[in-house]
Design a protein around this ligand. Structure first.
Ligand code: GDP
Length: 252
């Protein structure tokens, strides 16, 4: 219980996991500490694996949301580099501050000026992506949360434009969460989930002391998978999420 709570798994999910563990221990008459630990890990991995990562084909449009400071800009730069490394042609549709990451990743960027209508920028960017036959289009969104209605309007509008202009594309919504914010991340997913269906989580800052256990609560309650993890500030510090390695890091 202490391990789970200190890893930010949260009270409700911790209770669920331990109840299940008690049942298994009784059922299988487990007495050995190592066996109990293995069962604990299996229960936790199963919770995460209940929500498989989204599958996709190209062209792929990813809309990335997240509140300011969670590492959204960094994550988009890393994602751009990752797809580029796989030989894909990538277009960033983003605010000015992403220009430097576009350069680092070696990808094109269509800039979204402060205050400009995000809908029209996305429209222009998709036209450009179609002309250049880009494989991956990464769309940045405003990180302001102070006005829920604005946020919903913006995300809804972008989604409609993508669906209309690129119906052939796989379209995914990713939310970026900071592992160091603990249970707060749960309410962030809630807010964004009201605006759009979230397909996946990019969990950042797992290179520090934070264990990111809140994703178990998110997986259990909100049924959203973790797709990538951020493990540093460098452009290559993005890894595919591996549920077993992640749970080992929490429990061991
Ligand atoms: P944004 O406001 O959400 O766009 O956040 P930024 O991308 O500007 O990142 C905020 C801060 O977090 C910056 O100092 C980043 O270097 C740092 N950061 C982002 N991702 C990671 C990560 O995975 N690990 C660490 N240690 N720092 C990160």
């Amino acid at each position: 219980e202490y391990i789970l709570l200190s890893a930010d798994v949260g009270a409700t999910t911790t209770e669920r996991i331990l109840d299940e563990l008690h049942d298994v221990v009784d059922e299988k008459l487990l007495r050995d500490r190592a066996d109990v630990k293995d069962e604990l890990k299996r229960i936790m991995v199963d919770i995460l694996d209940e929500n498989p990562k989204p599958e996709y084909e190209y062209p792929l449009v990813i809309m990335v949301s997240g509140v300011n400071g969670v590492g959204k800009t960094t994550a988009m730069g890393k994602l751009a580099k990752k797809f580029k490394k796989d030989g894909k042609s990538v277009l960033l549709v983003a605010a000015d501050q992403l220009t430097v990451w576009a350069e680092r990743a070696g990808v094109r960027i269509v800039k979204q000026a402060e205050g400009a209508d995000p809908g029209s920028v996305v429209f222009d960017a998709l036209a450009s992506a179609k002309a250049k036959k880009d494989d991956v289009i990464l769309i940045d969104t405003a990180g302001r949360l102070h006005n829920k209605k604005n946020l919903m309007d913006e995300l809804g509008k972008i989604s409609r434009i993508v669906a209309r202009e690129m119906p052939e594309a796989t379209y995914l919504n990713y939310i970026v969460l900071d592992a160091t914010t603990g249970q707060n991340a749960l309410s962030q997913v809630d807010v964004f989930n009201e605006a759009v269906d979230i397909d996946g989580i990019i969990l950042t800052k797992l290179d520090g002391t934070a264990k990111g256990g809140v994703v178990l609560a998110i997986a259990g309650d909100l049924e959203v998978p973790v797709v990538y993890i951020g493990v540093g500030e460098g452009i290559d510090d993005l890894e595919d999420f591996d549920s077993e390695a992640f749970i080992d890091a929490i429990v061991d």
